[in-house]
Design a protein around this ligand. Structure first.
Ligand code: S5P
Length: 244
């Protein structure tokens, strides 16, 4: 929130580009207008350890938390080991996403992964999703929230940014102590590619989101800088409107 306030932006950039040069370019262009950086490390075709380190340094220099959207879902001990492995997510990610489908031990596994390298991090649990036909029912959402609220290692929840009423419901369940971050947000609302759905950035924040996760709205725009500025001001102004 300190970074968000400094940059006047509640935008997390979903940096879904599949080359390192594309990723570096994105950070350089839009770093000043976004508050966090979400990655899918396994999308990158020319990944190697050294260049990724440079990329993480560039993100840190741009004042960005790094959030690996790994969507863990396995048993605790495997999740712990998946934090290591070739990508060694535990060493550079400040936040990760996880499903809770396997039960609460997945969160302990992820937290142990960070402590194995003497680092701290936060887990965002998928409580809702933005894709059509997903199987996260309201009852499931409630179970995820009630487990997640109790767990110190859970930093917050992923909510469905495409449906403001679902965010309102989620906020009621979550209370004020944990965050809600919402993908499925675009200034052009409606259906996206392959079942993605989009809602409006202002509505997401007004309904209780703390952070809008925006991917193609920025990285596929003809002018990513102008697009990032638009999402930043829509989100920040909505926060001011909500809190007044
Ligand atoms: O329910 C979800 C959860 C996530 S984390 N729906 C999503 O779209 N996401 C992620 O948000 C997805 O993996 C992608 O990186 C981003 C949305 O990208 P966009 O291009 O559709 O804005």
């Amino acid at each position: 929130m300190e970074v968000a306030a400094r940059k006047k932006s509640l935008v997390c950039l979903a940096a879904d580009r599949n080359t390192m040069s594309g990723l570096f370019e994105l950070i350089e262009l839009v770093g000043p207008y976004v508050a966090a950086l979400k990655t899918h490390v396994d999308l990158v075709e020319d990944w190697n350890k050294e260049i990724w380190e440079e990329f993480c340094d560039a993100a840190n220099n741009a004042d960005l938390l790094i959030f690996e959207d790994r969507k863990f879902a396995d048993i605790g001990k495997i999740s712990r080991n998946q934090m290591a492995g070739i990508y060694d997510i535990r060493s550079w990610a400040d936040l990760v996403t996880s499903h809770l489908i396997s039960g609460p031990d997945v969160v302990d596994g992820l937290q142990t992964g960070w402590s194995d390298v003497n680092r701290d991090g936060g887990v965002l649990l998928l409580a809702q999703m933005s894709s059509r036909g997903n199987l996260l029912t309201p009852e499931y959402t409630e179970r995820v929230v009630s487990e997640g609220r109790k767990h110190a290692g859970v930093f917050g929840f992923i909510g469905n940014g495409s449906r403001p009423s679902e965010i309102t419901d989620l906020r009621k369940m979550v209370g004020d102590e944990k965050m809600i971050w919402t993908p499925g947000v675009n200034l052009q609302t409606g259906d996206g590619e392959m079942g993605q759905r989009y809602g409006d950035p202002r509505s997401a924040i007004i309904s209780g989101s703390d952070c809008i996760i925006v991917g193609s709205g920025i990285h596929q725009s003809e002018n990513p800088i102008e697009a990032a500025k638009k999402y930043a001001s829509a989100s920040w102004n909505a926060l001011l409107e909500r809190e007044l």
